[in-house]
Design a binder for this molecule. Structure first.
Ligand code: SF4
Length: 441
C-alpha cells in the first residue's frame, strides 16, 4: 500500500507521524510524498486551539478530492481524539478516524477495512507510555525531535491537552536512549527533546525528576552534537538540571520555558504554579550558572480577567527580563477548559493590541541581543543552500521553525551542505536574524 501522511501541529505530532511511517515501512508498505497516487491519505491533525482546528479541517477537506482516485481518507491526531464521532458526522468522507492512543492499530484496521464503512477508534490513554513502531525521519536526518513523555498533569486553565493526551506518562529511559541511538545512526546531529512538560520527566516512573540523568546518558551517544530542551516548566528546573546543562558541552545553552504571564493574579487564574518571584529567581539562577543561556518563553495576552494593570505588569516584566527569544499568543477560548467558563472574557481587539505591544517591545530587545553578537564566532547548523550560493542555518540558540536564522556566505571553494555544523563570524544583525561569514576553525 502507498501511504501519504500529512502532519499538522506540534513536534510531538511530527514524532507520531514519523513513527507511523516507520511502522508501515517495517510492514512493507511505501510512504509517498504527494497525495495524488496514494492508496491511503492520513491527516495527523492538531486540535489545540481554534486556528489549529480550522487548519486541520481545511486540510482534511483538501484531501477529500483525492478520494476520487479510490484512496482512503484517514484522520488521526488531537482533533480526532477531541471530537471523535462528531468529526465523521461533520465530514462523512472520512473513512477511518483514529485517536492519539490508537496509531499502532491502523495497519490491522486497514487490513480488515471494508469499503464504504466508517471506522472510528478513539481509546483513552493507557496508564503507562506505550512504545509502538520505529521512527523514520523522511525530512531531515540531521535534526530530529525526540519525545520523552506523553500527556500532562498540569491542567492549566486555558489548555485542552490533558483532556486530549491524558495523564503524564514518561517513556522508559532505555527506550528513549534506544531511539536516540537509532536516530544518531541515521545521521542525526541535533536532538530536540519534546513532551508536554519536559521537566516532569521521570516522576511517575522513577519517583523523581530525572531529566538531568537522562541528559547525561544522551550526551554519551556518538554522532549527537547538539541537544535542545523544549517545553520546560519553570518550577521544575532543578539545580541538578542546571548543573548538567552547564557541564555538558552537547546541551545547547537554550531553554524553552513557557511562563504564560507575569502577574501573580493572572498566573493563579491560569492555574499555573509559578509566581512572578519564582520566575525571576529561576531566570537569575540560570543566568548566573550559564552566562550565555538563551531563554525562550511564551506569553498569553487577554486571558479572562486580565486588567490593564495586569497587562502593564507583564509588559514591564518583559522589558526588564529581556528574554532572548519570546512568542506571544492572544488568548483563545477553548470549549471544555476552565477558562472558557470564566467571566470577564477580554475583547479580541484588546487581546490582539496587547499582543502587538509586547511583540514591539520584544523586537527592540531582540535587536539589542542580536547586535551584541556582531564580531563573535558561533556554531551554525546549515539547513539550506540558497541559489545565490549563500547558506541559511540556525545557531545553538535557535529551535527550528520558531526562532531565528543565520544567513552567511562562504568562499566558493568550500563545499558545505545542509546538516553540516560550521563556524560563522557574525558581521551584521537584524531584529530576528543574523548575518555572517563562514570561518574555518
Ligand atoms: S503544561 Fe499546561 S499548557 Fe502545557 S500541555 Fe500541560 S496543561 Fe497544557
Amino acid at each position: 500500500m502507498k501511504l501519504y501522511i500529512d502532519t499538522l501541529g506540534c513536534p510531538k505530532n511530527t514524532t507520531d507521524s514519523e513513527q507511523l511511517a516507520g511502522l508501515f515501512k517495517s510492514l512493507g508498505h511505501t510512504i509517498v510524498f504527494t497525495p495524488d497516487n496514494a492508496d491511503a491519505l492520513i491527516v495527523n491533525t492538531c486540535g489545540f486551539i481554534n486556528d489549529a482546528k480550522e487548519e486541520s479541517i481545511d486540510r482534511i477537506l483538501d484531501l477529500v478530492a483525492f478520494k476520487e482516485a479510490g484512496a482512503l481518507l484517514i484522520v488521526t491526531g488531537c482533533l480526532s481524539q477531541r471530537y471523535g464521532q462528531e468529526l465523521t458526522k461533520a465530514i462523512p468522507e472520512i473513512d477511518i478516524l483514529l485517536g492519539v492512543n490508537d496509531y499502532e492499530s491502523l495497519p490491522q484496521i486497514l487490513t480488515d477495512y471494508k469499503k464504504g464503512e466508517t471506522k472510528v477508534l478513539c481509546n483513552s490513554a493507557k496508564t503507562e507510555y506505550v512504545e509502538w513502531g520505529c521512527r523514520t525521519s523522511e525530512k531531515t536526518s540531521y535534526s530530529s525531535y525526540l519525545k520523552i513523555a506523553e500527556g500532562c498533569n498540569n491542567i492549566c486553565a486555558y489548555c485542552v491537552i490533558p483532556k486530549i493526551r491524558g495523564p503524564y506518562r514518561s517513556r522508559k529511559e532505555d527506550e528513549v536512549l534506544k531511539e536516540a541511538e537509532a536516530l544518531a545512526k541515521q545521521g542525526c546531529k541535533e536532538l530536540i527533546l519534546v513532551a508536554q512538560d519536559l521537566t516532569a520527566y521521570g516522576m511517575d516512573l522513577y519517583g523523581e525528576y530525572r531529566l538531568y540523568a537522562l541528559l547525561e546518558k544522551l550526551c554519551k551517544i556518538d554522532g549527537i552534537q547538539w541537544i535542545r530542551l523544549m517545553y520546560c516548566y519553570e518550577d521544575r528546573i532543578t539545580d541538578d538540571l542546571i548543573r548538567v546543562i552547564a557541564k555538558e558541552e552537547k546541551i545547547c545553552h537554550y531553554l524553552d520555558i513557557p511562563i504564560q504571564h507575569a502577574s501573580d493574579k493572572m498566573l493563579r487564574a491560569m492555574n499555573r504554579r509559578s509566581t512572578n518571584a519564582s520566575i525571576r529567581n529561576t531566570v537569575k539562577k540560570l543566568r548566573k550558572a550559564i552566562p550565555d543561556i538563551h531563554i525562550r518563553t511564551t506569553l498569553i495576552t487577554g486571558f479572562p480577567g486580565e486588567s490593564k494593570d495586569d497587562f502593564e505588569e507583564m509588559l514591564s516584566f518583559v522589558e526588564e527580563m529581556k528574554f532572548e527569544r519570546l512568542g506571544v499568543f492572544a488568548y483563545s477560548k477553548e470549549e471544555g477548559t476552565a477558562a472558557a467558563k470564566m467571566k470577564e472574557q477580554v475583547p479580541s481587539k484588546t487581546k490582539i493590541s496587547r499582543r502587538n505591544k509586547i511583540m514591539e517591545a520584544q523586537r527592540l530587545i531582540s535587536l539589542a541581543h542580536n547586535t551584541k553578537a556582531i564580531g563573535t564566532v558561533i556554531e551554525v547548523l546549515i539547513e539550506e543552500k540558497e541559489e545565490d550560493g549563500s547558506y541559511l542555518g540556525r545557531s545553538r540558540f535557535d529551535a527550528p521553525e520558531i526562532d531565528f536564522s543565520v544567513l552567511f556566505t562562504a568562499a566558493e571553494k568550500e563545499s558545505l551542505a545542509p546538516g553540516d555544523i560550521v563556524s560563522v563570524k557574525i558581521v551584521d544583525a537584524f531584529d530576528y536574524d543574523l548575518v555572517g561569514e563562514y570561518v574555518e576553525i
